[in-house]
Design a protein around this ligand. Structure first.
Ligand code: FAD
Ligand code: UDP
Length: 380
């Protein structure tokens, strides 16, 4: 069996590794590196830098964790994020610790007890739901969180106000009725001790895999010679933009180096209200790298402009979903041996673990001989 995998990111590397047990696999990527947006590297100071913003692996899927652990050891790292609110660093997701940080003690206690009589300890409530409060104190709290944490950050990130953004996006960072201020609550969390690039390189170094970088799909020629093509690139580009471009958001990462041990007290500090960037990453926290210098990155959201920046986020909405579905059907008609997957191929806001789970599902379906490519896991 002959397989072509387009894209050497975590989705392509997963499917290539699984396919290599029974097939000859060619992997191509238009970039000069493996890893896609998970790409990282050690800089001159020995600090592991995440080229496309902080990446933390978090999953409750034991199969995904087990699979990735074959290619990397993970450290024990629980991600915490602070947001700069009215000059104070406040834990995000907004939780009981955040309430105690921003409000006077008596008000904080009153709000907490009202929260606990209206919900259960441990509940996670999306901000857009949380806004519909009858109680005066809880409405005040909801409006405070909306105004200081979500509104301006979301406007910067998505170029529109939160009510126009798909609810699932803002629900990624819910209000938490607990003191748990970890960003993720998954069972397994960590950073690969030798980095994501190394982990993905190992996935791609299985016998039977041939890797070609700086090779776009358009240069491949006769695609009919492959039994299967697994395509992790953007489908609108694949189909020549015949129905118009799919919307994406992009980012600009500005790196700065400082002659100091730490620039900030935490790996990520969000700036919802101030500045044009949304957050500052300081990478040496992830692997506890020792250096007298430090490197940070300011993340600026941008409109995606083909040719001048990268696609980082699909923009979920009913309209974009319909346009994507049209492209997907056209791709299936034109390339019967091609399956779409990955953040770009499925046009889904996958975290790394979801990208891996989806690649596993696609490979299972292809190797079982299912004729019809299955829709992305979150389309159903
Ligand atoms: P990609 O990484 O985009 O890989 C696709 C590859 O295909 C690229 O290398 C590209 O060059 C190649 N390609 C595209 N078109 C073609 C073509 N025509 N020909 C050849 N090659 C092509 N996830 C987490 O789990 N935790 C995090 O903390 C986290 N943080 C993130 C922070 C940011 C700022 C961003 C943007 C994403 C973050 N993610 C995080 C999500 C994570 O980056 C994705 O889940 C993951 O990169 C998806 O992998 P992929 O292989 O599907 O896509
Ligand atoms: N968000 C926000 N303020 C924050 C953090 C997140 O408004 O301080 C909203 C924003 O709309 C963002 C979404 O929640 O796009 C998801 O945040 P997440 O941190 O999951 O985004 P990612 O890390 O994927 O960029």
């Amino acid at each position: 069996m002959k397989v072509l995998v387009v894209g050497a990111g975590i989705s392509g590397a997963t499917v290539a590794n699984l396919a290599s047990r029974t097939a000859r696999v060619e992997v191509i990527d238009s970039r000069g590196t493996v890893g896609g947006n998970c790409y990282d590297y050690r800089d001159v100071n020995g600090i592991m830098v995440h080229r496309y913003g902080s990446h933390i692996l978090h999953t409750s899927d034991g199969e995904v964790w087990g699979f990735l652990s074959r290619f990397a050891s993970f450290n024990t790292y629980m991600h915490r994020v602070m947001a700069m609110v009215e000059g104070m660093e406040v834990p995000i997701p907004f939780n009981f610790n955040s309430i105690r940080k921003v409000f006077p003690e008596t008000l904080a206690e009153r709000i907490e007890s009202k929260l606990l009589s209206s919900g259960r300890y441990g509940d996670r409530i999306p901000i857009m739901e949380f806004l519909s409060q009858d109680d005066e104190d809880l409405r005040f709290l909801a409006e405070y969180i909306y105004e200081h944490i979500f509104r301006h950050y979301t406007e910067k990130q998505w170029g529109t106000e939160p009510s126009n953004v798909d609810g699932a996006v803002t629900a990624r960072v819910p209000v938490r009725l607990s003191c748990d201020d970890r960003y993720f609550q998954d069972r397994y969390q960590g950073i690969p001790v030798n980095g994501y690039t190394d982990m993905i390189r190992r996935m791609l170094s299985a016998p039977g895999i041939e890797l070609r970088l700086n090779t776009p799909f358009s240069s491949v020629g006769d695609v009919g010679r492959y039994d299967h093509i697994f395509y992790t690139g953007p489908v609108d580009e694949l189909m020549g933009y015949r129905f118009g471009p799919l919307p994406y958001r992009s980012l600009r990462f500005e790196f700065e180096e400082y002659d100091m041990e730490h620039y900030q007290d935490n790996a990520v500090v969000n700036y919802p209200d101030n500045y044009d960037f949304t957050r500052i990453h300081e990478f040496k926290y992830y692997l506890r790298d020792r250096s007298e210098r430090t490197v940070i990155c300011k993340e600026y959201p941008e409109e995606f402009a083909p040719g001048s920046n990268e696609r980082y986020y699909p923009v979920p909405s009913e309209t974009s979903g319909e346009l994507y579905a049209k492209y997907r059907r056209a791709a299936e008609d034109e390339y019967p041996n091609l399956r779409l997957l990955g953040r770009l191929g499925d046009y889904r806001y996958y975290d790394m673990d979801e990208a891996v789970a989806r690649a596993m599902e696609v490979w299972r379906s292809a190797s079982a001989g299912d004729r019809k490519p299955q829709a992305g896991m979150m389309w159903s």
